[in-house]
Design a protein around this ligand. Structure first.
Ligand code: FAD
Length: 460
């Protein structure tokens, strides 16, 4: 039963919303909390590609990868970065040490639900090797939960919360009244309305474009000018083994000589799988890897993206990235493309025959094609130049058979104008996590949930 009023209504059951709920209820068990999540419960979430029911994305609604309890992180590789160096913009808003305190707090909570305490440490020798070639490795302590172990941790966290707060799945928030704090949502064809003393948008990337529209409608200023566009690179795992065995995830920045643009290598998945991801009906690529030996592959994969920052009058970076990704969807008949680096550089389309000759076996069934027909020249040049730079520290990276899947994009959600995460001109309404443009990682989204919990608790 949906009550008329709650102390806190949380919209979104990703790690940000879950950590928020955990802290609120752990500190004050009398709080009446409703969490609505547009996707399914964790036990019902299963992507038909992952289970082998279909070779291609059939655009499930809700998408079982991006939406559902546990959020976009539920099937993620579970790399937990114990650092403020990357993973979001919380350190731009608050003191770095404070952010770190919350990242560690979230890590403690995850460990109490079974997450590993094993940590990969930074390595100065590798950083030095990178610097010799003008490559800049970002250093951090990293935990690798693994897709399977991460999922189990989420299940335990959600089971704990289910006993203490009200959780409604397949419940889509359709509107929030900025003045009355009424929250409107639909569930199984029925419409509901309730009121939150505090309402929190924790809607992740899947809900970002609706949140932006909501901000526009309610005249809450929001800004965003950055987008990262590129490819997912797949190659034999031994090529990067000297990094991955020591630090698990190399995160490397490079400034291209041709344009002076920044490219980023990140989201490294050792012996993993390339996967598709559905954002508002547009298919992009991503990757993950399992901790269990029998689920590992012979390949590693990583994202290689080129950062674009737009200036006035253009302010639709997400639409720009979606339009680039949708070209790859169009060329591949509704899915994503794969091309060998050598074919790309010699101006040839990779076709089935050429792909069959590749010594790197693809882990995702994508359509062999020509990325130069959809990636803008600037981003394409940046990516090829960076692959050759990376080849100097990990020879074999720029081999002919290195596979490039497209398009991978990281959309950064518009950040609303707010004070302490409370939206300006909307008292008692908060926003956090990836969907509000504050974070782009599990660690910072989790920390953001805990931060907002403290803000609400201190107000109480
Ligand atoms: C395949 C993949 C792999 C990743 N791997 C890693 C990794 O290894 N390490 C790392 O740090 N990060 C990783 N990430 C990123 C990480 O998952 C996100 O940074 C993190 O999940 C953000 O948390 P969040 O709570 O802000 O949002 P989310 O986890 O996206 O959760 C938001 C939730 O809100 C729900 N929602 C949206 N709109 C509505 C609505 N209208 N009504 C109700 N509910 C709504 C969504 O369904 C979603 O479940 C990965 C992401 C993906 C997709």
């Amino acid at each position: 039963m949906i009550k008329e009023k709650y102390d806190v209504v949380i919209i979104g059951g990703g790690i940000g919303g879950l950590m928020l709920a955990h802290k609120l209820i752990s500190k004050n068990e009398n709080l009446d909390i409703l969490l609505i999540e547009r996707g399914k419960g964790l036990d019902k979430r299963s992507c038909p590609i992952v289970t082998g029911k279909t070779p291609r994305c059939i655009k499930c609604d809700p998408c079982n990868i991006m939406e559902g309890m546990g959020g976009a992180g539920a099937f993620s590789d579970g790399k937990y970065n114990i650092s403020t160096e990357y993973g979001g913009w919380l350190p731009d808003i608050m003191d770095k040490e404070e952010v770190m305190k919350y990242i560690l707090q979230a890590d403690e909570i995850l460990m109490s639900f079974g997450a590993t305490d094993e940590t990969y440490k930074p390595d100065d020798e590798l950083k030095k090797l990178c610097l010799q070639y003008d490559l800049h490795m970002q250093q951090a302590k990293v935990k690798h939960l693994g897709t399977d172990a991460n999922f189990k941790t989420m299940v335990k966290l959600v089971d704990f919360l289910k006993e203490k707060i009200q959780i409604e799945t397949l419940a889509t928030m359709t509107d929030v009244n900025k003045d009355t704090k009424e929250v409107f949502f639909t569930q199984k064809g029925k419409e509901y309305v309730t009121t939150g003393e505090n309402v929190v948008f924790a809607i992740g990337r899947a809900g970002a474009s609706n949140f932006r529209k909501w901000c526009d409608k309610n005249k809450i200023e929001s800004t965003n000018n950055q987008v990262d566009i590129g490819v997912r690179v797949e190659l034999p795992s031994i090529v990067w083994e000297h990094f991955s065995k020591k630090i698990y995830e190399p995160k490397i920045l490079y400034r291209t000589q041709k344009y002076g643009d920044i490219t980023r290598m990140f989201c490294f998945n050792e012996r993993g799988h390339v996967v598709t991801e559905n954002t508002d009906g547009i298919l992009t690529v991503n990757g993950h890897s399992f901790k269990e030996e029998d689920k590992k592959t012979d390949n590693s994969n990583f994202a290689l993206l080129s950062t674009s920052r737009f200036t006035e009058p253009f302010n639709e970076p997400i639409e720009y990235a979606k339009s680039v990704a949708s070209l790859a969807n169009m060329l591949s008949g509704g899915t994503v493309l794969v091309q060998r680096l050598g074919d790309l550089e010699s101006g040839k389309r990779t076709n089935e025959k050429r792909l069959a000759q590749s010594t790197v076996r693809p882990t995702l069934k994508a359509i062999p094609g020509d990325l130069s027909l959809c990636l803008p020249k600037r981003q394409l040049d940046n990516i090829v130049e960076t692959l050759h730079a990376l080849d100097k520290i990990a020879p074999g990276t720029a081999n002919y058979d290195t596979l490039l899947y497209g398009i991978e994009c990281k959309f950064y959600s518009a950040r609303p104008k707010c004070t302490n995460f409370e939206l300006d001109d909307a008292k008692g309404i908060y926003a956090l996590g990836d969907g509000a443009g504050f974070t782009r990682s599990l660690a910072q989204a989790a920390a953001n949930g805990l931060i907002v919990a403290d803000i609400i608790l201190n107000k109480e």
